[in-house]
Ligand binder design. Structure first.
Ligand code: ADP
Length: 838
């Protein structure tokens, strides 16, 4: 394929070039002939102009000579005689002083004679430059027509068979008197013509002066080649001749022609040179043309090839047909034509198929649209440009309560919108028409149901332009339920504002974004406002609630007003809701309850006191009796004079010791009865047990039992209110003694043991009394439960309250007839905790 393209390109290019060359050669020949003629004419013209200039130089030099100061001075004294026969003075060997050598200076051919005439033209003085004799015609008298007083005379005349240039000018003496004329004679010969044509290539052309009527050559640049007196026509075969009239100057001989002769051989050579050059140029141009043409053919061919390949691929891919008989070889253009024909048929067929497919797709689309219209939950209504209904779906029938036959053709705004809404709907329509792209005209309006009920709807309008006509498709969504829900939400939102309890919402950064009116006391206490931050400690609590995602509870006391605040984090939104509750009353009630409880405990203690009063009185009686005895003994010894001081001191020490003992007993009694504020201290539980036993010593003796104490050697540290725990133990041991009294004396046993069980200290009071029935065990610790005649039934209830307050536990185990065991468990004192205050 590339080679074929190149060969075709070369052949076609060469052929076209040869044709073009033929036409061009003819045209060039014509132009060249004209051009040559112009060149020759220019050449002739240039020669003539040079000749004229040369003549003008002579005229100028003559005027210079005639007006030369030395000549005027020379002429001043001269008085030429009027005698006609006087011969002129001839200077031959030397140059007269009135004749400076202007000719040599101006590079002019030297004159053969320079003459001075008088005013009548008679020759008076002659400077003879060469050997040529003065022409006879002017030997004595210069004809008047060659002399002009006011102008320079220039004439070419044939004198004595020779051509002469005669230039004359008037002469004056120093006083301005017209003396005559200065006449310069120059032979117009070969030297003259050569000097006039100086600067022009002599070999290219020859010039000659020709006599007009006879056409004879009077002066020639090259007489050996073109001899004098030969006829000009003799040279027309071998030369290209241009003859021109000499310019019309004063006195110039009009019988002369200036001829320029260029040899034919020279013209031929010039023409050959030019032709050769021009042919070479055209050859180069031809080569370039053929190469470019071949390149173009090659490119076009390659392009065609590409097009064919693309069309093949396209047909395979787009139309699904194989290459239909496309040959790689052969005339590409014919193949292309065949191929385009075939391709066109295929495209037409494909178009037909596509049209059918398109129609099928349209039918499907229509069916789909109809299905969508049918199935749509929203009302869809299509209006024409004047706003009349042209399409109306079942959802629209349901929404408006108007059947399709009644809706079609009706004006939408008149039929389905109340008066007030119509302008808004019109604005929506206009807006949708002027919006080229999204969003559509969309808005909320009130529509009208057939029964007159108003329905809030959201309408979005999609404008459609088809065949220059505007249509509008309206999608109408019933938003009644949404509106109701919005109302609901709004009313729900009022909950917080109407709440009598403070409710606040705070951001993660601690900024208050909402606070209801009940929050004012809190905001005042925090010295902040909605939009401002919480105090730093509360900000930290908010951050903690958000971090842990767990609600936090905090209390806040503002000058006696106590609030409980629940910090509920909403992690997703980064908020914390603060729900506050005024718990001042609750706290007050708790305080009062605690006070009542303390009073009750005190009353109970008094009651216990009453029970142990007898024992206490007996116990107190012992030291008092001892004191009395010792005091009496001392008195007696002092009265009898036998009072030795040593014995007295011993008795007095005994008195002091007994008094201290009595004082201890009273102190303990006062501690039990006295109304003291609750105070906890670390103590040894074993020690407490021992003290209680000592306290009840009289009772124990009275009942006639011995207490078996099972106490470990190591102290059991507990942090307790001594008086209260003593009271608990007094109660338990007292109850056990009461129970033992009901059984035979031999069977009476009482055991008190303490144990250390991990973090717990435990006291067990076991008796061998009648025991407690199982059903009574449940209610044993309830208040006012008693089986005793004078009992209050408060002992165990108060004991339980006391133990609970100490974070401990009290319980009883018993079987009927096998005694009862009461257990008290208390947390052991932590080593670091020395004291604590409730
Ligand atoms: P009170 O001693 O005033 O009756 P308590 O609360 O101390 O009030 O005791 C309540 C009741 O529990 C007693 O009336 C008694 O019936 C019973 N009780 C207490 N301890 C024992 C015990 N060790 N053995 C048998 N019954 C007991």
């Amino acid at each position: 394929m590339p080679w074929i393209a190149i060969i075709v390109g070369l052949a076609t290019g060469s052929f076209i070039w040869i044709l073009l060359d033929q036409i061009q050669t003819r045209q060039i020949d014509k132009i060249f002939g004209q051009e040559l003629q112009i060149q020759l004419e220019l050449r002739a013209r240039e020669s003539l102009i040079r000749f004229e200039r040369y003549l003008a130089s002579y005229a100028a030099t003559t005027r210079l000579l005639a007006n030369y100061r030395t000549l005027s001075e020379y002429l001043e004294p001269l008085f030429w005689s009027d005698t006609a026969s006087d011969p002129p003075v001839i200077y031959k060997d030397f140059r007269p002083q009135w004749l400076p050598d202007f000719f040599t200076r101006d590079a002019l051919t030297p004159p053969s004679q320079v003459l001075l005439t008088d005013a009548q033209g008679r020759v008076r003085e002659v400077f003879q430059a060469g050997s040529a004799p003065l022409p006879t015609a002017i030997a004595q008298q210069v004809p008047a027509q060659w002399l002009d007083r006011h102008e320079i005379g220039t004439v070419i005349a044939r004198l004595d068979e020779r051509l002469y240039l005669l230039t004359s000018d008037a002469t004056e003496d120093a006083g301005g008197y017209h003396m005559g004329y200065l006449l310069v004679l120059v032979p117009v010969d070969t030297a003259f013509l050569a000097a006039s044509q100086r600067g022009i290539d002599a070999g290219r052309a020859s010039v000659a002066l020709v006599e007009r009527t006879q056409q004879r050559i009077l002066a020639s640049l090259d007489p050996s080649f073109i001899p004098l007196n030969s006829r000009l026509s003799d040279w027309s075969a071998t030369h290209v001749i241009t003859s021109q009239a000499l310019p019309e100057a004063v006195n110039l001989n009009s019988n002369l022609l200036f001829a320029t002769l260029v040899p034919e051989s020279r013209v031929e050579r010039m023409s050959r040179h030019v032709r050769l050059f021009e042919r070479r140029q055209r050859l180069y141009a031809a080569i370039v043309f053929v190469i470019v043409f071949t390149g173009l053919i090659y490119l076009v061919s390659a392009r065609l090839n590409k097009v064919l390949k693309r069309m093949t691929r396209f047909s395979q891919r787009a139309l699904g047909i194989a290459e239909p008989g496309f040959q790689r070889d052969g005339n590409q253009l014919v193949l292309l034509e065949d191929w385009i024909q075939h391709f066109t048929q295929l495209v037409l067929k494909a178009r037909e198929e596509m049209s059918q497919r398109h129609q099928a797709a349209m039918r499907d689309s229509e069916a789909l649209k109809a299905a969508m219209m049918e199935a749509s939950l929203d009302a869809i209504v299509t209006l024409n440009h004047s706003g009349r209904v042209i399409e109306y779906n079942p959802a629209a029938e349901r929404l408006f309560g108007v059947g399709r036959p009644f809706a079609l053709g009706a004006s939408f705004s008149d039929r389905f919108l109340p008066d007030l809404t119509r302008p808004a709907f019109k604005r929506l329509l206009d807006r949708s028409r002027h919006r080229q792209r999204e969003p559509l005209g969309r808005g909320e309006l009130i529509a009208l149901h057939a029964d007159g009920q108003e329905i809030p709807v959201e309408i979005s309008i999609a404008p459609i332009e088809r065949v220059g006509e505007h249509f509008f498709t309206l999608y109408i969504h019933d938003i009644s339920s949404r509106k109701r829900a919005e109302q609901e939400i709004k009313s729900l939102a009022r909950f917080a504002s109407e709440s009598p309890h403070p409710i606040l919402r705070v951001t993660a950064a601690g900024l208050i974004v909402y606070a209801n009116s009940a929050s004012r006391p809190l905001l005042r206490a925090w010295n902040t406002e909605p939009g401002e931050p919480l105090p730093p400690d509360w900000g930290a609590a908010v951050a903690e609630a958000l971090n842990t995602a767990q609600p936090l509870e905090r209390e806040l006391d503002i000058g006696g007003q106590c609030y409980s605040l629940l910090l509920a984090p909403i992690r997703d939104l980064g908020y914390v809701n603060l729900y506050a509750r005024d718990i001042t009353a609750v706290r007050r009630a708790e305080q009062e309850s605690r006070q009542h409880q303390a009073e009750l405990v005190h009353v109970c203690r008094l009651s216990t006191m009453g029970e142990v009063a007898t024992g206490m009185a007996h116990e107190l009686n012992q030291p008092l009796s001892a004191i009395v005895n010792y005091a009496n003994g001392c008195v007696r010894r002092l009265q009898s004079g036998q009072g030795e001081s040593e014995a007295l001191i011993g008795a007095l020490n005994q008195i002091t010791a007994q008094a201290k003992r009595a004082s201890e007993i009273i102190k303990r009694l006062r501690a039990l009865v006295g109304k003291q504020p609750p105070a906890r201290a670390e103590t040894d539980l074993n020690q407490l047990v021992r003290e209680v036993c000592a306290f009840l010593e009289f009772e124990i003796n009275r009942v006639g039992v011995t207490i078996a104490l099972a106490l470990p050697n190591e102290p059991i540290p507990v942090c307790v209110d001594l008086v209260q725990i003593e009271q608990v133990l007094l109660n338990l041991v007292g109850n056990a003694l009461d129970a033992l009294e009901t059984c035979p004396e031999a069977a009476r046993q009482l055991q008190i043991s303490t144990t250390l069980d991990g973090a717990w200290a435990q006291v067990a009071v076991r008796d061998s009394g009648p025991g407690i029935a199982a059903d009574r065990l449940q209610t044993l610790f309830d208040p006012f439960v008693t089986t005793k005649a004078g009992g209050m039934g408060m002992g165990l209830a108060i004991s339980q309250t006391i133990v609970d307050n100490h974070d401990g536990r009290i319980w009883a185990e018993s079987l009927i007839g096998q005694g009862a065991t009461f257990y008290v468990r208390l947390p052991i004192a932590a080593p670091s905790v020395a004291t604590n205050t409730d």
